[in-house]
Design a protein around this ligand. Structure first.
Ligand code: PLP
Length: 438
């Protein structure tokens, strides 16, 4: 196999995700032969710095020896067994450790393989909880304007990104959207905290009207990633938590992207000092190795399903629920957080990234530099709808994988960059922003 051969065969046989395939008449696919650490390599040895963690999944670089070893040793024991009626050590240990990371507040873990399924599981669990509790009219959902919770038909009910939803609208039972606390929405002189208060007041007005028919409010804590890395003040989550309690609505934290240390704490919601009723995890939890998602819930929710009647049980399954290899990769990932004191090391990295980004912010076309832990983003004042595509192509020419969301350029790198890596990333990004005409 070589680059040209792989590209031709891929275009002929593979339907790539989130892609207008015709684009690849002019913008070539990127062939990847292997990867190590921060770098992806093609068959000719051309390399790309993976500054977006391969779509937000990778945590400790590619080919991490400890995760490789953990998967290999699990492979020698047990690759997979059905989880209905059966159990195994990796799924038990992972559930216990995740529960401990939540201080025991979310003590029950339900497993699936991708983020959108985790969203659907949380939505179904919430509605079924209210039905079991004698409130069958509570079936509606609210999410934030610009929310992204996955692209399956069920998850699209709470995904407010028209491009992803419009073609499938006849299939979707759309929930309501309430204003986002996106700090970029600040009026002159307004703080991020008062934007959060304004958005929470709007949530309250909506709940006053609709709480009796509403099961849950779902939110991406601190950063709405797919919505152009929209960041908000943690105070919003405190206010939302109080409102959900007051109006008897579940709070679902979708930490599929923001979990696993991206925001500086292991879970994003910790920064608000609250706990959700349901928590969705995926992406980084397996270190970026294997498909795995988890919905964690409170004992109160779990107890509402615990009964003699099968129909009161939670009726959901996937063939690969609780896959042993994926759970073992996740356990190795949690080990690395401890062994390498990753959250502390990331505090230093995040501070250095902020310093290094200063010259980029100084450019006249750059707006709204913002950062939350290991995620840093800025907007480029451009009216060209093809800006993101041009930037992506120019970045690849400079050995850099950066894939802007519209006019928002962002870093969401693996947690293994040393000082030289960060300087390289910042210098190349600066050059790129200067080189790509807005
Ligand atoms: C990626 C993502 C999802 C969907 O996960 P998939 O594994 O792509 O289905 C859901 N919510 C958020 C916040 C995400 O970033």
């Amino acid at each position: 196999m070589n680059n040209a051969d792989l590209l031709a065969r891929s275009r002929a046989a593979v339907w790539h995700p989130c892609t207008q395939m015709k684009v690849h008449e002019t913008l070539p696919l990127v062939p990847i032969a292997r990867a190590q650490g921060l770098w992806l390599y093609d068959f000719d040895g051309r390399r790309y710095f993976d500054a977006i963690s391969s779509w937000w999944v990778n945590l400790f670089g590619h080919g991490e020896p400890r995760i490789n070893a953990a998967i290999a040793s699990q492979l020698a024991q047990l690759e997979h067994v059905m989880l209905a009626g059966f159990t195994h050590a990796p799924v038990v240990e992972l559930s216990e450790r995740l529960s401990a990371l939540c201080g025991g507040a979310l003590g029950h873990c339900f497993y699936a393989s991708d983020g959108a399924s985790a969203t659907e599981i949380a939505l179904k669990m919430s509605v079924h909880y209210w039905k079991n509790r004698g409130r069958p009219e509570k079936t509606g959902f609210a999410s934030l304007a610009g929310s992204y919770h996955g692209e399956t038909v069920g998850a699209l009910a709470v995904t407010d990104i028209p491009l992803f939803r419009d073609a499938y609208a006849p299939l979707v039972r759309a929930g309501a959207t309430v204003p986002s606390p996106d700090a970029r929405g600040a009026e002159a002189g307004e703080s991020a905290r008062s934007v959060a208060e304004r958005a929470a007041a709007a949530l309250e007005r909506w709940l006053q009207q609709h709480h009796a028919q509403t099961a849950a409010f779902i939110v991406e804590p601190l950063v709405q990633c797919a919505n152009g890395m929209a960041m908000h003040d943690p105070h919003y989550l405190r206010l939302a938590r109080a409102l959900c309690d007051q109006y008897e609505i579940h709070l679902i934290a979708d930490e599929i992207a923001v979990g696993c240390g991206r925001t500086g704490t292991f879970f994003a919601h910790e920064q608000a000092g609250i706990r959700p009723d349901l928590l969705c995890l995926s992406k980084g939890i397996s270190g970026g190795y294997l498909p795995l998602s988890i919905v964690m819930c409170t004992g109160t929710i779990y107890a509402a399903f615990y009964d003699d009647a099968t129909a009161r049980g939670f009726l959901h399954s996937h063939s690969y629920t609780g896959n042993a290899l994926a759970c073992r990769a996740a356990l190795a990932t949690l080990d690395i957080f401890e062994q390498d004191v990753v959250l502390d090391a990331n505090r230093q990295r995040a501070a250095r990234l902020a310093e290094l980004a200063a010259p980029i912010t100084a450019l006249p076309q750059v707006r709204n530099l913002r950062q939350c832990g290991m995620m840093l983003a800025f907007d480029v004042a451009s009216t060209d709808p093809l800006y993101a595509r041009r930037f992506f192509a120019a970045a690849l020419e400079r050995e850099l994988l950066l894939r802007p969301l519209g006019n928002t350029v962002y870093w969401m790198p693996p947690y293994v960059m040393d000082d030289a890596d960060m300087e390289w990333l910042a210098q190349r990004t600066l050059n790129l922003v200067q080189a790509v005409a807005p």
